[in-house]
Design a binder for this molecule. Structure first.
Ligand SMILES: Nc1ncnc2c1ncn2[C@@H]1O[C@H](COP(=O)(O)OP(=O)(O)O)[C@@H](O)[C@H]1O
Ligand SMILES: [Mg+2]
Length: 258
């Protein structure tokens, strides 16, 4: 594995992202967990030579967590920029992962940054920061497990160039699993075939399908010496469900392969 974050393109996402970056447009990536969104953004940041500030959004994340806050130090209070403000000043990529989880007050700071204004209002200091030309806002979310209250408002989504990601095609996924784990091609092929069968099971019993990430975990555990069957149970069965019936359906599939 090389140090650079390797990314195998699935379609035209590299070209689209590059053009959005050149034209100073923000990007929205939607897709299921573990399909390569974060890896793609990290790869693009390296390609474009920009620092990336990744924020995993959660339901307590406020605008201040993104923008910054006053802290108390030895010499009194001082201001500390948050990740968004740093990216805005330096010309970096701010990547807000699972943005629908964040508190609604974050849209107040995201809107003026994601349209033609490209400014960040810092309420607490009264500053209005004009974004560096290389600043780029990237957000992602998983449309699969959105609760009704949460979705992204049209007024937010309509500020972004959007693309939809999915798990790679089987041939591509085999290459990715080999590269990321070091197992041989034949083992990767078996894992990917099993993964695709599990994805078909998804509609019936599972909330989330077996992701590329989990296939790589299983491959790494096999590479480290665990038997394929145990590795699949630990990486492709248990993480997917708590229900006995669903688990035994998955186990039967695993047994058919290993
Ligand atoms: N197109 C790809 N090229 C290279 N690796 C990939 C690709 N897609 C997925 N991966 C692998 O899958 C793992 C999980 O992807 P990640 O970007 O973390 O998913 P997400 O952010 O969508 O949840 C990555 O760490 C990487 O090893
Ligand atoms: Mg991610």
């Amino acid at each position: 594995m090389s140090k650079e974050r390797h990314y195998l393109p699935k379609g035209r996402e590299i070209e689209i992202f590059t053009l959005a970056a050149e034209n100073r447009l923000p990007v929205l990536i939607k897709g299921p967990t573990g399909c390569g969104k974060t890896r793609f953004v990290e790869h693009m940041a390296e390609r474009l030579g920009r620092p990336v500030y990744t924020v995993a959004c959660h339901d307590d994340l406020t605008a201040a967590d993104l923008v910054g806050r006053h802290l108390i130090g030895a010499e009194g209070t001082y201001w500390q920029d948050g990740p968004l403000t740093r990216a805005v000043r330096e010309g970096g990529i701010c990547y807000l992962d699972e943005v629908v989880e964040a508190r609604k007050d974050t849209t107040v700071v995201l809107h003026p940054l994601s349209d033609h204004r490209r400014v960040l209002p810092v309420e607490r200091t009264g500053e209005m920061i004009e974004a560096h030309p290389d600043f780029m806002l990237v957000i992602s979310y998983n449309p699969g497990y959105q609760n009704l209250l949460k979705g992204l408002k049209p007024s937010t989504r309509q500020r972004f160039v959007a693309m939809s990601f999915d798990y790679p095609d089987p041939e591509q996924e085999v290459v990715i699993v080999c590269q990321e784990s070091g197992v041989d091609k034949q083992q990767a092929q078996q894992l990917v075939a099993l993964g695709n069968d599990l994805r078909r099971l998804k509609d019936h019993d599972l909330e989330e399908a077996a992701s590329t990430r989990l296939l790589i975990y299983a491959a790494r555990m096999i590479g480290a010496g665990l038997s394929p069957r145990e590795a699949c149970l630990a990486c492709l069965a248990q993480p997917l469900s708590d229900e006995a019936e669903t688990l035994s359906a998955i186990e039967r599939l695993i047994q058919a392969y290993f």
